[in-house]
Design a protein around this ligand. Structure first.
Ligand SMILES: Cc1cc2nc3c(=O)[nH]c(=O)nc-3n(C[C@H](O)[C@H](O)[C@H](O)COP(=O)(O)OP(=O)(O)OC[C@H]3O[C@@H](n4cnc5c(N)ncnc54)[C@H](O)[C@@H]3O)c2cc1C
Length: 400
């Protein structure tokens, strides 16, 4: 595994570090204290667009049709798009994971469009994110009030009606949904077909029948909106069915979602490492300021957390490195997603214990990180689900 970081990426990381200290962390703290997401018209988002952030990873061409597991590695050594994403995600989350998700960009909606979209759909939906004229967001809506871990249980219905599809259902917890130009919505043509009935649609803002946006209350990560919404007889043009009718092989929608997870799980793991590193740095600073570093028990626990975070980080890098080489990474993506949030949680919990009473007052950064970190074990498949998947793979059972 070659993990060489080239000068251009090193420079991008340094820019995020500078932006993180000056803007990302203060904006995140402000949102946390206000208890509300950073509004879309906040000048910070326009600043980010001017800095060239909030763009798509799509380069404007077509991914090779055959690209997939087993294809030859792309020629460049070191950092491909997945590893780049993992490194940048960790750095942004170090400063504030909530703000990192609030950043303009196609967000979690991008991987399914890249994985399943036709060239025309990539152009229509990702094209405006190549050099955006204003802050733009995309969103991803799989979860429903009755379907979280078990994505096969989604009940949002889709029915063909001439040149359109009619969508009906309820979605919950979709990041940035109310401000998004479009939302990738997963629906089923027939719940009895299970995963074979899944279809993915790009539902554009203002589509009749899309509405009732409601921002959920969250214990942490308050800087970005997690939003529920409804689809009521929502008329989506047939051209917005991802991959088009002819490319919708049985289970294509489900497989597309799973492929997206293999790309995004290492990134979620890396974000957890970022939060964990921030908690460790704060815990070290607090222990030093309060003369606690002379105690070998404190040093031992700090070192243990550092070791776990480093190990988790390597798992994330490996999963992303494999993805860049189009090699199977299902197991490694699950490992990264299972291990990193646990290590990060331990870092934040240790920080809280060291803080003692000060942590209980609720105005220390570690207390915020402690509330923020929990979601990392939940999103993109809970830690428990990853462990179920890994155990099935270990003993040779299908994924289920
Ligand atoms: C901050 C945040 C942001 C999110 N963003 C998005 C988003 O942008 N888009 C989106 O679509 N969704 C999003 N989600 C939803 C998220 O994907 C779901 O919360 C997650 O899939 C878990 O589903 P659930 O909450 O319904 O829990 P459940 O599936 O009800 O699980 C509850 C508990 O049971 C365990 N469990 C469930 N099934 C099994 C099993 N078979 N074996 C062992 N244990 C099991 C789980 O691990 C969990 O501990 C977000 C959630 C949060 C908290």
């Amino acid at each position: 595994m070659n993990l060489t970081v080239d000068d251009a990426l090193r420079e991008r990381l340094a820019r995020i570090r500078a932006l993180g200290a000056a803007r990302i962390r203060p904006v995140g703290l402000e949102a946390d204290r206000a208890g509300a997401p950073v509004p879309p018209e906040h000048p910070f988002f326009a600043e980010l667009v001017k800095l060239g952030l909030g763009r798509t990873r799509w380069l404007g061409g077509e991914e090779p049709e055959s690209a997939g597991a087993g294809d030859p590695a792309p020629p460049e050594p070191g950092t491909g798009p997945s590893l780049t994403g993992v490194l940048l995600s960790e750095e942004m989350a170090y400063w504030d994971r909530g703000v990192a998700v609030a950043f303009p960009g196609p967000g979690l909606g991008e991987p399914p469009i890249l994985a399943m979209g036709t060239p025309e759909q990539k152009q229509r939906f990702l094209g405006p994110f190549r050099t955006p004229d204003r802050p733009r967001w995309g969103s991803f809506a799989m979860t429903e009030p009755g379907a979280g871990s078990d994505v096969a249980a989604i009940r949002t219905a889709c029915r063909r009606d001439g040149d359109h599809w009619l969508l009906d259902g309820d979605k919950s917890f979709a990041a940035n949904a109310s401000r998004a130009d479009w939302i990738v919505v997963f629906a089923t043509s027939d719940p009895a077909l299970g995963r074979a009935g899944h279809r993915a649609f790009v539902v554009e803002r203002g589509t009749p029948g899309l509405g009732d946006f409601r921002i959920e209350r969250k214990m942490g990560l308050k800087a970005y909106e997690s939003t529920s919404f409804t689809l009521r007889g929502c008329r989506v043009p047939a051209a917005n069915l991802l991959g088009g009718e002819e490319r919708q092989a049985p289970r294509a929608g489900f497989k597309g979602a799973m492929q997206s997870f293999n790309a995004t799980r290492p990134m979620i793991g890396a974000m957890a490492v970022g939060i964990g590193r921030a908690a460790l740095d704060e815990a070290l600073a607090f222990a030093r300021a309060h003369d606690r570093l002379g105690d070998p028990r404190v040093r031992d626990r700090l070192e243990r957390v550092q070791r776990k975070l480093q190990a988790a980080r390597l798992l994330c890098w490996r999963a992303a490195w494999l993805a860049d080489r189009r090699r199977p990474n299902v197991l490694e993506a699950s490992m990264a997603k299972a291990v990193a949030p646990t290590a990060a949680f331990e870092a934040a919990a240790l920080g809280m214990e060291l803080l003692g009473e000060e942590g209980g007052r609720g105005d220390h950064l570690i207390e915020k990180l402690f509330r923020d970190v929990k979601a990392m074990d939940i999103v993109e498949g809970t830690g428990q689900i990853q462990r179920v998947l890994m155990a099935r793979q270990l003993v040779g059972l299908p994924r289920g």
